[in-house]
Design a protein around this ligand. Structure first.
Ligand code: ATP
Length: 625
């Protein structure tokens, strides 16, 4: 795998890059909404400052109105100020509504765009090595987890940042007003406010870092919770009496993860807040004394006091939104790291190169070695193997011998570390993997159970041909699952998942037949290479026996690779390969290998004896002894 180790980004420039990434996303997904949100933000900040001036003017006019009455010129002016204040308050309310609605809509779009970008990046490499790499998988889990928890969504930045900008504009405007009255008092309040804001930012960043710093214990907590509540684990949890263990482990992990959060009261933020309180109270006392002395007019005093209040509420609001911003920013940073890490994987090559048609001569493994990323040993070691086109090859071997690995390389999901795989002499490494895979139909050992309608589960064999209803039914009939699917509540439209109200789950054997039907549907639409990895593992004895009977018919004319621990499946193949420790240990037909009396003959005899002892239905195996 040619992948570079991705280092998470940090440093001062990193925040600027994150903000510009956010701005780019916002602009890309909703330029109109972005402009509206910015307009709402500016108006939300300007309106309260204007209200302060208007209320100041009202306070200034109050003595004259009290003296001359409402009918006087002063009274008319005061009424105009009241009207202006009402309009401004309405404007403030409208602006704040526009800002919140715009930011929410923008945030949802940003979140969706980020998810799409990450999905596209994850699916771009033709190989799957990046998905099995622990660090990349860790980064990718952010995508899944944060979208379940609203607080950490990167799109929340649209809301929190517009709130933060509003707060700071209001604070800045109010400080200008304070400085205008008395530069020293104004600057003292501003300096104390800045200190409080700085301490809050440090605390928010620590909290955000704690959240991701504890990713491992959080994951363990989630895992323990899932074990205790997940239906799939419920059987074993009960049978083995694991509930006490799980509850104790959950509590211990929770305590461990909370240790760094539950710290004593922090000194510096407390000192900063105390200093701000002293500055504000001192300013209030100062203005009150001057107002009593008649050195400051009542209107000016009103403006001064309101400005002080605006500074206080602005700083208080920015504390909460600041924390939310840091958390969402930390998630955005993880996203950026995940996309960069995935983009750094050149594993499996990308689409491009010469297209590869179905083999007409052979597929050959030439001295192929392969080591998984982060593994210390090779899973395939200088393996040489010729798979003749149009014939069937069975691969047998002990657990961990390298059978599934061979198939993954065959499908182009990994590149060999050494050697090459050639299709009719053409190296797969430089070829267009997509065109190669169109030739392949596969039933994997752990085939995917799509929580989608039955139709999709079969039709995904050739997604462009999903309107071929007759073909799907035919493929399902060949896999002996057509009747079961037709009998479902909504027939072929029934979602195959019990999590949907009208959906249903299938048994393990039925799922395996659906996977076979999917592969056979691909064969109907042009796939000429069939891979069967333990195709009968979940089948009952009768279904397995019928699959064996029809093996030749199903695989006729196809290049077939079948992996199985069941010799009744294996023996029907045209040739058999025994893998041992990533190497070919033996190769030949069933009869040749039995005659040779080597590893294959030994394994076959062992299994046949077991079947004979247990009175197996598989009389053929016994008969062959
Ligand atoms: N994703 C992976 N990362 C690291 N090592 C792996 C990975 N997958 C498999 N291996 C290792 O590669 C070797 C071959 O595994 P493989 O799955 O190919 O065996 P197998 O012959 O298919 O076994 P089984 O019969 O149990 O399915 C084993 O040693 C296994 O531990």
């Amino acid at each position: 795998m040619a992948s570079r180790i991705h280092k998470p980004s940090t440093g001062p420039g990193h925040r600027i890059r994150l903000y510009s990434r956010l701005a780019e996303l916002a602009w890309r997904t909703g330029p109109g909404i972005a402009l509206l949100t910015m307009f709402g933000t500016l108006l939300s900040a300007a309106a309260p400052l204007a209200v302060v001036s208007v209320v100041g003017a009202l306070a200034a006019a109050a003595p004259a109105v009290a003296r001359d009455g409402l009918e006087s010129a002063a009274g008319h002016h005061a009424l105009l100020w009241v009207l202006a204040a009402t309009v401004l308050l309405f404007l403030q309310w409208t602006a704040s509504t526009v800002r919140t609605a715009g930011a929410t809509a923008l945030g949802l779009r940003v979140d969706a765009a980020l998810q799409r970008d990450l999905m596209a990046a994850v699916m771009r490499p033709e190989g799957i090595g990046h998905l099995e790499d622990a660090r990349t998988a860790d980064l990718l889990s952010v995508g899944r987890d944060t979208f379940r928890a609203a607080w950490g969504r990167p799109g929340r930045l649209a809301t929190t940042l517009s709130g933060l900008v509003t707060s700071w504009l209001v604070v800045a405007g109010a400080v200008v007003a304070l400085v205008h009255f008395d530069p020293w008092a104004g600057l003292a309040v501003a300096a104390a406010g800045l200190w409080v804001a700085r301490e809050e930012r440090v605390a928010s960043r620590t909290e955000a870092a704690h959240h991701y710093g504890n990713a491992e214990s959080s994951r363990r907590l989630e895992y323990l919770y899932a074990l205790g509540s997940d239906p799939t684990a419920a059987k074993e949890v009960r049978v083995f009496g694991l509930s006490g263990f799980l509850l104790r482990a959950f509590s211990a992990t929770w305590r461990e993860s909370m240790r760094s959060v539950l710290t004593p009261i922090p000194r510096r933020p407390t000192l900063a807040t105390g200093t701000l309180a002293v500055a504000v109270l001192g300013s209030l006392a100062w203005i009150a004394a001057r107002a009593v002395d008649g050195q400051v007019a009542p209107g000016d005093a009103a403006i001064y006091i309101q400005s002080l209040m605006l500074v206080l509420t602005g700083i208080q609001q920015s504390a909460w939104t600041g924390l939310q911003t840091e958390l969402a920013l930390a998630t955005l940073s993880k996203y950026a790291d995940a996309v960069d890490a995935v983009n750094g994987c050149a594993d499996g090559g990308s689409a491009g190169g010469a297209p590869i048609a179905a083999p007409t001569r052979s597929i050959s493994f030439e001295n192929v070695s392969f080591r998984y990323p982060n593994a210390d040993a090779d899973s395939l070691a200088a393996l040489g193997l010729e798979i003749p086109a149009g014939r069937s090859l069975a691969i047998v071997g002990a657990n961990g011998a390298g059978k599934s690995t061979l198939v993954k390389l065959f499908c182009g999901l990994y590149e060999p570390t050494k050697g090459r795989i050639a299709v009719d002499g053409v190296d797969l490494a430089g070829a267009d993997k997509k065109s190669w895979r169109r030739n392949i139909a596969a039933v994997f050992q752990d085939s995917t159970r799509f929580a989608l309608p039955a139709r999709a589960n079969v039709g995904f064999g050739r997604v462009e041909a999903m309107d071929d209803e007759a073909g799907m039914v035919q493929a399902a009939a060949e896999a002996e699952i057509a009747e079961d699917l037709a009998a479902l509540g909504a027939g072929w439209d029934t979602p195959l998942s019990a999590e949907y109200t009208d959906g249903t789950d299938l048994s393990g054997g039925q799922w395996q037949k659906v996977a076979l039907a999917r592969a056979l549907f691909a064969v109907r639409h042009g796939a000429r290479v069939l891979i069967l990895d333990e195709p009968a593992a979940h089948l009952d004895a009768r279904a397995e026996a019928r699959l064996h009977e029809r093996f030749l018919e199903l695989t006729e004319g196809l290049t077939t690779v079948v992996i199985s621990h069941r010799f009744s499946t294996v023996r029907r193949a045209d040739s058999i390969v025994v893998l041992d420790d990533g190497r070919v240990a033996e190769q030949g037909t069933h009869d040749e290998l039995i005659k040779r009396g080597g590893r294959y003959a030994h394994m076959f005899a062992l299994q046949a004896a077991r079947f004979a002892d247990s009175d197996s239905l598989d009389s053929e195996v016994v008969a062959d002894r």
